[in-house]
Design a protein around this ligand. Structure first.
Ligand SMILES: [Zn+2]
Length: 255
């Protein structure tokens, strides 16, 4: 049975309703036509030019991303602008774009939930934007950093004393370093996020708290594969003739 973008959109609406997205956000169908049939869908964190090229090679008619394009309003789509260039390329190639951003962050399909899963956290619960859980075994901040480097992203930075014992970890994929106070109040000894700013690192370290920075991409890219598998299983159950692919693109070099 053929599937339309509208049916995929409706299903995503069920797992991550657009009304739960932040007011500043731009989610749902960003580019394309609801009644378009699709047979191949590519899932990625960002719609970069490399991801669009990947979709073209696959013959995908739709890209689903976490980060939306047109996040900020614009009045021109001229191709000297990198984002506009991607949008024009997608239009020319007949590729639609659907994004689930802050509405996805609050669900089990978020980057935070995927990181918690990779680290084997137990009793995971949500408090605001944080996913909080217990490590399989108490470990030092240094050992936890090594574990993160093995299962999440090779480049992890630890701010704090390497010898602190960590049992409860809070996670917020993307950028939420200011969440460390909330994480501490919830009983966690450490927070894993991306984009840790100097002033928050200083304050956390002085307070005996550990902050891990595995990068914005590093802490959210883990959502792509599980979301792809989830959507494929759903489509198979309903007997839709569609294949979901997860993007292999890493948007910038690792340091
Ligand atoms: Zn993000």
């Amino acid at each position: 049975m053929q599937i339309t973008i509208c049916e995929i959109l409706n299903h995503i609406e069920q797992i991550a309703p657009a009304e739960t997205a932040e007011a500043y956000d731009n989610v749902g169908l960003i580019l394309g036509r609801r009644d378009q049939n699709v047979s191949k869908v590519l899932i990625a964190l960002d719609a970069t030019m490399e991801v669009v090229e990947e979709a073209e090679k696959l013959g995908a008619e739709l890209i689903i991303t976490h980060h939306p394009l047109l996040f900020r309003a614009r009045k021109k789509l001229t191709e000297e602008d990198p984002e506009a260039k991607v949008i024009c390329r997608m239009i020319r190639s007949g590729i639609a774009l659907l994004s689930a951003h802050t509405n996805l962050d609050k669900t089990v399909h978020s980057g935070s939930a995927a990181c918690a899963d990779l680290l084997g956290l137990k009793d995971v619960h949500q408090e605001g934007l944080l996913f909080i859980g217990t490590l399989p075994a108490k470990m030092t901040a240094f050992d936890l950093k090594q574990k993160m480097a093995n299962v999440i992203m090779p480049d992890v930075r630890l701010y704090g004393d390497e010898n602190i014992a960590i049992e409860t970890l809070a996670i917020c994929g993307g950028a939420y370093d200011e969440g460390w106070l909330e994480a501490k109040a919830s009983g966690a000894q450490a927070l894993l996020t991306g984009e840790v700013r100097h002033h928050n690192a200083l304050a956390a370290v002085m307070d005996g708290f550990a902050l891990y920075d595995a990068g914005h991409f590093g802490t959210e890219a883990p959502l792509v594969k599980p979301l792809c598998e989830y959507l494929q299983n759903w489509a198979n159950d309903v007997q839709y003739d569609v294949t979901f692919f997860s993007s292999d693109v890493i948007p910038y070099g690792r340091t």
